[in-house]
Design a protein around this ligand. Structure first.
Ligand SMILES: CC(C)(COP(=O)(O)OP(=O)(O)OC[C@H]1O[C@@H](n2cnc3c(N)ncnc32)[C@H](O)[C@@H]1OP(=O)(O)O)[C@@H](O)C(=O)NCCC(=O)NCCS
Length: 192
């Protein structure tokens, strides 16, 4: 199943494609964007290209799951994902996915991350029949936490992971947020 193009009120979410390579290089080379991801430093062009290829291959694992490039008219603003989750045994969950997003700083704080994430939750629960969606971020990443919270996701646990080259703030841990299909349906009832 090819990923569909998804429309939000202001954005068009188009399946991430090979031609987004330069968009991803722009995102991954921006220090503000990578402050709390990867190793906390801008990626080189080669690293960003590899990152892009890994995302494209993630889009081929579970039908309907993957990465979308967000466009305001025809301008790329960033990406959002419902990506496949691997269990400890290495197999992919068919009914559980991980939400994620990354936006160019000039488009921050206009509600775009929330808009993309809310629509991907709707798509995941209504159209893919997912059972749950989780999201992880560094505890100090307030913007990412607020985005998950604004979508009705709740903090479920904090993980403390040892890194070889830790990003400042990683001592506060990694937080996991989650929402089940039942919780999402309940929220829809109350938002009508
Ligand atoms: C996280 C990110 C996608 C948020 O994008 P955004 O479009 O600015 O977010 P929105 O405008 O939709 O805001 C969503 C919520 O986060 C809050 N928020 C946004 N930036 C914030 C910040 N710097 N500090 C605190 N809250 C913030 C908003 O107020 C809003 O919450 P509300 O609805 O309760 O008011 C963006 O900051 C980003 O790309 N960061 C770098 C990449 C990254 O860290 N991704 C997540 C990795 S797990």
């Amino acid at each position: 199943m090819a990923l569909p193009t998804i429309q939000t009120s202001r954005l068009s979410l188009r399946p991430l494609a090979e031609h987004n390579r330069d968009d991803i290089i722009d995102l991954d080379s921006d220090p503000k964007v990578v402050k709390y991801v990867h190793s906390g430093r801008p990626l080189t062009r080669e690293e960003a290209i590899q990152d892009h290829q890994e995302r494209l291959s993630a889009c081929r694992q579970i039908p309907g799951l993957g990465y979308w490039a967000g466009y305001l008219d025809d301008t790329f603003i960033g990406w959002a994902a419902l990506s496949p989750l691997q269990s400890n045994g290495g197999t992919f969950h068919a009914q559980k996915a991980e939400i994620g997003y990354r936006i160019l700083p000039r488009f921050w704080r206009r509600g775009y991350a929330k808009e993309m994430a809310r629509e991907l939750l709707r798509y995941g629960f209504e159209e893919l029949g997912l059972e749950a969606v989780i999201g992880q971020t560094m505890a100090i990443n307030e913007a990412s936490r607020a985005t998950m919270k604004a979508c009705g996701m709740q903090h479920v646990r904090t993980l403390y992971v040892e890194f070889e080259d830790p990003i400042p703030g990683s001592e506060d841990g990694e937080v996991e947020y989650a929402i089940t299909r039942e919780e999402w349906l309940e929220l829809q009832l109350h938002s009508k």
